[in-house]
Design a protein around this ligand. Structure first.
Ligand code: NAP
Length: 295
């Protein structure tokens, strides 16, 4: 059996188009477009690429973008002040502070400073707690994108065995919460898990968010399982440019899985699509409007 390749690019495009189609109605009702502020500190090339893509997507959706590119020398106090200013700015519905921050800045303090109603990354403890207790929350974009792909592929997830590999606050933990809300039986695996291969073999759904190239082997995958590969790892290639691979050994896994996301072109594009979706939803909630339908 060869797995179906889950097209994250197409799914992301569809969500971005739906968001863009809803922006004029928001603008008509409130007199302004939804606004997203991005904050980049320093010159990490990968972060700069991500933030540029987010700014471009904001413009394409017809939303107002407020890009703040700060020098590497920015202090924690200066960054906290910028976040306070953005919290107070009525034109701004979403605040995204690109991680990682330089090590001398305490990322937790910065995240806690963001107004939870503008926390479109869903990292504030208030949103994490609301998600864990089943209350409406702003949900982290990457796991939310994974969930969208899973539901698109499988419909109901109720009763399925799901294994999430990785327990970070930005991917693994919220992913597990979302799967639990969909009535999966959820296992969270991590670096101390004793027999990862046996754990993965039980799973109808595997979400790999580890950051280790092709660590999940093809023969760990149960026949017909759905595999979501969050990993983005650059490995050396013959042409010297390097190439991107996921956390799953795709070439082998594709022979046993029922459906699988490629890297690139799987989860990656969904993250930005869900950021656009979260910004539109945050704008509606802040304006006292019902959540937009069909997102
Ligand atoms: P992270 O914070 O480094 O967390 C990695 C997790 O993997 C940790 O929980 C760690 O366990 C676990 N782990 C490490 N080695 C392991 C092993 N040998 N066996 C089992 N578990 C192991 O990473 P992250 O931020 O969640 O990101 C994970 C991956 O997703 C990275 O490749 C990142 O680039 C990618 N990512 C992609 C997107 C996207 O848009 N597609 C967004 C975010 C992240 P411990 O907790 O025990 O250390």
């Amino acid at each position: 059996m060869t797995a179906k390749r889950i097209d994250g690019k197409a799914a992301a495009q569809e969500i971005r188009q739906r968001v863009a189609a809803l922006v004029p109605e928001f603008e008509r009702r409130t007199g302004r477009p939804p606004g997203l502020a991005t904050v980049l500190v320093g010159e990490d090339p990968a972060s700069a690429v991500y933030v540029r893509s987010k700014n471009r997507a904001t413009a394409e959706a017809g939303m107002a973008g407020f890009a703040h590119n700060l020098p590497d020398t920015t202090t924690e106090a200066e960054l906290l002040q910028l976040v306070a200013d953005l919290n107070a700015d009525e034109r701004v519905d979403g605040i995204l502070v690109q991680l990682p921050l330089p090590p001398r800045i305490d990322a937790t303090r910065v995240i806690e400073m963001i107004d939870p109603s503008k926390d479109v990354d869903g990292f504030h403890p208030m949103n994490a707690g609301r998600l864990a207790t089943g209350l409406p929350a702003l949900v982290p974009c990457t796991p939310y994108g994974c969930l969208h792909l899973l539901k698109q592929e499988l419909g109901s997830l109720s009763g399925l065995d799901a294994v999430v590999i990785g327990r970070s606050n930005i991917v693994g933990k919220p992913m597990a919460q979302l799967l639990l809300m969909e009535h999966c039986t959820v296992t969270i695996a991590h670096s101390r898990t004793r027999d990862l291969a046996a754990t993965v073999r039980r799973a109808d759904i595997v979400v790999a968010a580890v950051g280790r190239p092709e660590m999940v082997r093809g023969d760990w995958i149960k026949d017909g399982a759905t595999v979501i590969d969050v990993g983005i790892n650059r490995i050396p290639s013959d042409d010297g440019k390097g190439r991107l691979v996921g956390d799953v050994a795709y070439d082998k896994a594709v022979e046993v899985a029922g459906a699988i996301t490629p890297v690139p072109g799987g989860v990656g594009p969904m993250t930005i699509a869900m950021l656009m979706r979260n910004t539109l939803v945050a704008a509606h909630r802040r304006a006292g409007l019902a959540d937009p339908e069909g997102l």
